[in-house]
Each structure stands twice: as C-alpha cells, then as structure tokens.
Design a protein around this ligand. Structure first.
Ligand SMILES: NC(=O)c1ccc[n+]([C@@H]2O[C@H](COP(=O)([O-])OP(=O)(O)OC[C@H]3O[C@@H](n4cnc5c(N)ncnc54)[C@H](O)[C@@H]3O)[C@@H](O)[C@H]2O)c1
Ligand SMILES: O[C@H]1[C@H](O)[C@@H](O)[C@H](O)[C@@H](O)[C@H]1O
Length: 341
C-alpha cells in the first residue's frame, strides 16, 4: 500500500458507527479515519468532528474515492447489499457490520459478486470470534478437550430494543450472532431451525414476541438452544455453555469485581454490546486493518460465505417463527473459492 496509514471510510454514523469512529480514531494503530458518510449529514459531521475525517451525506461518494483505502460499513443491514456490491466492484476491502444482509438471496448475490471478482474483500463483523473467552471455547472444542460436542446452551439478552425493532429482527439482527457462533464453534452448517415463544414479557413493546426460544440443529447432529430476550431490562448478557461428551465449558458467566458489602455480595452487568465486547471489537478492527494494509483478509474473521450461511439460517428462523414449524435451511453449494475459509 502506498500510504503509511490505512485511510478508512466509515459508512453509517449511528450507535455503532460512532463507536467504531472512536475506535478507528483513537485505538487502532496504522489507520486514519478519512471520511464519514451518513444520509443524516449532521450525524456524519458530529462523528467526524475532532478527527481528520471529512463528512459526506452520500456513501457512494467515498466508495472508490482515491482518498479512501478501506471501508467500515455500520449502516442498517437493509442497506448493506448495494454498498457491498459497489465496494467489491471498486476493489475496496470492507469490514461490514453484521448482518451481511438480512436475507439469503441478497447475501448470495454478494457471495457471487466477490467470487466473480476473484478476490476476497469483505469480512463480516461477527465480533464474538475475537472475544478472549469465546476464542478459548473454540480452542477447547477444536482440541477435543471437551470430547465430541453435543449441545450449546445460549443466552442472548439485551436491556431494551430501539424503536421499530420487530420479532423478525430478533432472528436476523440478534440470533444471527448465535447462528454464526454455532457454525464457527461446532464447525458445521446449520440444517434446521425451530422457534417457540412463551407469553411475551409485559416490558416488550406491543406486538413484539419477546422472549423467544430458538432451537438450531447442525448437520453434524449437535443441537443448540438459544434464549433471545431483548427487553430483559437489566443489561446485556451473552452466554454460551458447550456440552461435550467429556466436559462442559461456559463463557459469558458473571465475572468480577464481586463486591461484598453490608452483608450482601454483588457485581455489575454490562450495559450493552459496546461494553461487553469492546475489547473484541478492538481486536477485530486491528487485525482487519493490519490485513487490509497488506492487501489481505484476516483468516480468523467471518467471510462472505459465513455471512451468507448465517443469513440462510436466519431466513429459516424467520419462517419457523411465523409458521410455528421446524424449518430446514436451504443452502447453495459452497463455491471452491470459499473452501477452507
Ligand atoms: N456487532 C454488534 O454487536 C452490533 C451492535 C449494534 C449494531 N450492529 C450492526 O451495526 C449496524 C448499524 O446499527 P446501529 O445500531 O448503529 O444503527 P443506527 O440506527 O444507530 O445507525 C444507523 C446509521 O446508518 C445511517 N444510514 C441509513 N441508511 C444509510 C445508508 N444507505 N448509507 C449510510 N448510512 C445510512 C442512519 O442514518 C444511521 O445514522 C447494523 O448492521 C447493526 O446490525 C452490530
Ligand atoms: O444489532 C444488535 C447487536 O448485534 C447486538 O450484539 C445484539 O445483542 C442485538 O440483539 C442486536 O440487535
């Protein structure tokens, strides 16, 4: 790369975009935040303020711009596809927040575009892969220390939902993380999904089916249960217990500091994903930037095929939720281009 620093363009200046801007500006080495794009120009300006970045309203203005070497996409999942296709067309490396796209067909178009380009450019922001505890769980499963995996018990709780959050989004925006986590930890595609729900919490906005229990079957015969509860009220909690033939391991359990005071003990629950996974995001971004600077992709990250496979599982999940039926996942054939990825 000609420039000493990787000049990054950020698309989307909302909750996640603002957090990623801070990360790129202050914590990731070898990068410079060069541009921030958001149709809400005031937001783009606010996020760019105090950095070296320029603010623009049209994201396409910075895709293929000679002053931008790489892109971070943090706009809503519904608008990812055209941005990704334009980035691939312009040969620009991208770190795209999850989901790759909200449905399987559009994700497959991104797979096809990247394959046609003949070069891997896009990584999907499944940050749990960069969390220290999850990485250790992956190691335990890969080395066989727990014996052959049988089940994962997952808990995914958010304190509250933003306005407009729907029951379907609980699958394709939230459980999409567990679809990726299950595929990654168990090294197996997802074959079927079932969704059940108790009565909704009185804290859930009207019409939202919250909580839900999602059961995931994998092609290798493991079963994963996920409690997704996005208006739990008390904080952000993401847990995963793996059960193997010879042992179990839990990540995301309560951790310190544990305070003993006035005849009681207590601890703190993280407020949201930015706090719980802050270090994982930093690690993900540093590795992505280092790889992009070398004209490579990070082999530890989720690629476009992973994003597509998660989207296909989400589509089955949404169908299962609406129909009440166990739904098989329809997956295209994995191109050789992604084999071993
Ligand atoms: N990894 C995680 O844990 C995590 C957490 C939260 C959100 N996310 C993901 O990050 C993305 C953004 O989520 P958020 O919570 O920041 O949303 P948000 O609604 O807070 O912000 C989205 C921003 O994108 C802008 N936008 C809308 N259309 C755009 C377009 N075509 N081009 C550029 N910008 C556009 C909006 O104006 C807004 O400023 C989503 O894909 C979401 O799923 C990931
Ligand atoms: O977009 C967010 C994000 O991906 C969080 O990590 C998840 O916990 C939320 O449920 C989801 O809505």
């Amino acid at each position: 790369m000609e420039h000493k620093e990787l000049r990054v363009g950020l698309i989307g200046a909302g909750r996640m975009g603002a957090d990623h801007a801070l990360r790129l500006d202050q914590r990731i080495s070898g990068v410079r935040l060069a541009a921030v794009a958001d149709p809400d120009l005031d937001r783009a300006k606010q996020v760019a303020d105090g950095t070296a970045a320029r603010a623009v309203a049209d994201p396409f203005e910075i895709i293929g711009d000679s002053g931008v070497d790489a892109l971070v996409i943090a706009s809503p999942g519904e608008v990812h596809e055209p941005l990704l296709l334009a980035a691939i067309d312009n040969d620009v490396p991208v770190l795209c927040e999850k989901p790759l796209t909200p449905d399987a067909k559009s994700s497959l178009r991104v797979v096809e575009a990247e394959e046609a380009r003949g070069k891997r450019l896009v990584q999907v922001g499944f940050m749990r892969r960069f969390d220290v505890e999850y990485a250790e769980l992956k190691r335990l499963l890969d080395t066989g220390d727990l014996g052959a995996p049988l089940m994962l018990h997952c808990v995914h709780r958010n304190a509250a939902t933003p306005p407009g959050f729907t029951s379907e989004m609980m699958i394709y925006d939230s459980v999409v993380h567990e679809f990726d986590t299950a595929r990654w930890l168990l090294d197996s595609e997802i074959s079927a999904v079932t969704v059940r729900a108790p009565r909704s919490s009185s804290a859930a906005p009207a019409g939202l089916l919250d909580p839900q229990i999602v059961t995931i079957e994998t092609a290798r015969g493991a079963v994963v249960d996920v409690e997704i509860f996005v208006n739990c009220g008390f904080g952000y909690q993401v847990r995963c217990e793996a059960v193997g033939e010879q042992g179990t391991a839990l990540v995301g359990g309560d951790s310190g500091p544990v305070i003993h005071r006035s005849g009681q003990w207590s601890g703190v629950v993280t407020a949201d994903f930015r706090e719980r996974f802050g270090a994982a995001f930093d690690h993900e971004f540093q590795r992505w930037a280092d790889a992009a600077h070398q004209g490579e992709v990070d082999s530890a990250a989720a690629d476009v095929w992973d994003g597509y496979a998660a989207a296909a599982a989400c589509e089955a999940g949404v169908h299962a939720q609406v129909s009440g039926e166990r739904t098989e996942v329809e997956l295209a054939e994995r191109p050789d281009f992604y084999a071993g990825g």
